[in-house]
Design a protein around this ligand. Structure first.
Ligand SMILES: Cc1ncc(C[n+]2csc(CCOP(=O)(O)OP(=O)(O)O)c2C)c(N)n1
Length: 324
């Protein structure tokens, strides 16, 4: 693990904190789902925290990002509080969508987070369009989004990237290759060893990174963002990672060989980064304990708020649906 873009001690600890927060929050969501306190499907990203956190941490304040299913970590890095996630999944009146949506597909433009669509691939043309708007407004910002390896075969992937590359838009796309699109293994969804190869069709740069190495993801994203900011157009980053559970908590992932999961468990992004930071003398047992109790306190407080929040009044069903 190379810290080749020098990050300060506090920045390194931030990455460590956000990956842990990402995992603890998702573990909490799963427990609430199993208790039927959350009744919407819960999509989590165990094993993929480094990809979301490392990439979002590279964004500048004015950049815009649209996180998708496995990118709760990106939302946390952008400052979305756990409280919004709990209330949203519980469908409470205090949630960002006031109970109208039940997973983390909501945005907050004050934090540079663009609400995602669940139709896979659609955010690529949407974010390419946003990149075009940023350029027309003369802003030095970049638009970034993510796509799973499965959805990199959609028509929208092609249309969006074609537009972004022809117009040299300030756009970064992270292909999160977690090896399975629901039960379809990567090699049954694409006749390519590396999905980054798709970039060749658009004449744009691509880089393959170890998606379980938070520093590698961060460095590659920083470089892609600065190319975009310098007017050099879009880039693709393929982050090789692994979904360490089913597609949602309702899926046992019976189709994933046990040995494959065991192999990836050894590459756990949080454990690896911990070891790296301990080697640098940045982290020790006391710091881990302190971080974990801070996360526990924050999650308890936000969960309590969500549990105490009311469900929405049916009268408001049509409010906020159309532009007012
Ligand atoms: C256009 C479209 N087709 C199908 C679906 C249903 N669907 C949701 S997630 C998913 C699997 C996606 O796999 P991948 O893109 O690899 O992302 P991952 O879930 O592995 O992160 C499918 C088929 C959808 N939401 N949109």
């Amino acid at each position: 693990m190379m810290n080749d873009i020098p990050l300060s001690r506090n920045q390194l600890l931030d990455l460590c904190y956000f990956m842990r927060l990402n995992r603890s929050l998702e573990d909490r969501l799963i427990a609430l789902y199993r208790q039927s306190i959350i009744t919407a499907t819960v999509f989590t990203s165990r094993g993929q925290e480094a990809t979301s956190v490392g990439s979002a941490y590279a964004l500048a304040t004015d950049d815009l990002v649209s996180p998708i299913t496995r990118n709760l970590g990106s939302m946390l890095v952008r400052g979305i509080p756990a409280r919004d996630i709990f209330t949203q999944y519980m469908g409470k009146a205090t949630s960002p969508t006031k109970g109208k949506e039940r997973i983390h597909y909501f945005g907050d433009m004050s934090k540079g987070v663009v609400a995602s669509l669940s139709v896979l691939g659609d955010m690529i043309p949407v974010m390419a369009g946003i990149a075009m708007a940023l350029r027309l407004q003369g802003r030095p910002s970049v638009a970034m989004t993510y796509i799973g390896e499965g959805a990199s075969a959609t028509g929208d992937f092609h249309e969006g990237l074609n537009l972004a590359s022809v117009m040299k838009l300030p756009f970064v796309l992270i292909i999160e290759n977690n090896r399975y699109a629901y039960s379809t293994p990567v090699l049954k969804g694409a006749a390519l060893p590396d999905l980054a190869m798709r970039a060749k069709c658009y004449g744009i740069p691509a880089e393959i990174v170890d998606g379980n190495d938070v520093l590698a993801v961060h460095r590659a994203t920083r470089e892609a963002l600065s190319r975009a900011r310098a007017g050099e157009g879009p880039s693709i980053i393929e982050a090789k990672t692994m979904r360490m559970h089913g597609h949602s908590d309702a899926d046992s992932s019976w189709y994933v060989p046990k040995e494959e999961l065991e192999e990836w468990q050894r590459r756990d992004p949080i454990d690896r980064f911990d070891q790296h930071l301990r080697g640098l003398g940045v982290l020790d047992d006391a710091a881990v304990k302190g971080m974990e109790s801070r996360i526990h306190r924050e999650l308890e407080r936000d969960l309590e708020f969500a549990l105490q929040s009311p469900f929405p009044d049916p009268q408001i069903a049509l409010e906020g649906v159309y532009h007012e």
